[in-house]
Design a protein around this ligand. Structure first.
Ligand code: DQA
Length: 144
């Protein structure tokens, strides 16, 4: 089984970006954490990040065609992108919507998600630790 971990805008700046909100783990560290989780669990994990909405939409199409489960931190697109939502809705396997911060404790505009109702589950507020947890859940599910 392969798990695709997709990250949207500004997440490549993890570690430098508002560390009081998102922590000091860098994007490179995050990639390492996800790949390590995959190795431990015996699943292939590929981590990608883009600041371009069309590229994200195309990656979601690829995941739909390949029937890969996806862990998606769509960043700000979560709150307004119908294009990302429509692409996510085409996934055949599980989709985990993920946020590093607890978006519900933050500004009102972050309380809306265009993804939650097309997702299997939502993880928010566990910091970067949410990523290996999501990968573990998907790996366990594929074995059951
Ligand atoms: C985020 C939360 C979003 O509101 C924000 O736009 C992000 C990151 C998070 O991981 O907490 O870019 O998805």
């Amino acid at each position: 089984m392969k798990v695709l971990v997709l990250n949207g805008p500004n997440l490549g700046r993890l570690g430098k970006r508002e560390p009081s909100v998102y922590g000091s783990t860098t994007y490179a560290d995050l990639v390492g954490m996800c790949e390590r989780a995959g190795k431990e669990l015996g699943v292939e994990v590929e981590v990608r990040q883009t600041d371009h909405e069309g590229e994200m939409v195309q990656w979601l199409h690829e995941a739909a065609d390949q029937r890969w489960p996806v862990v998606l931190n769509a960043g700000a697109w979560t709150h307004y992108s119908i294009a990302v939502r429509d692409a996510a809705a085409q996934l055949e396997a599980d989709l985990i919507e993920l946020h590093i911060s607890n978006v519900h404790k933050r500004e009102e505009f972050r309380h809306t998600s265009y993804l939650s109702d097309v997702s299997t589950a939502v993880i928010a507020g566990l910091g970067v630790e949410g990523y290996p947890l999501a990968i573990r859940w998907l790996a366990d599910k594929s074995r059951s």
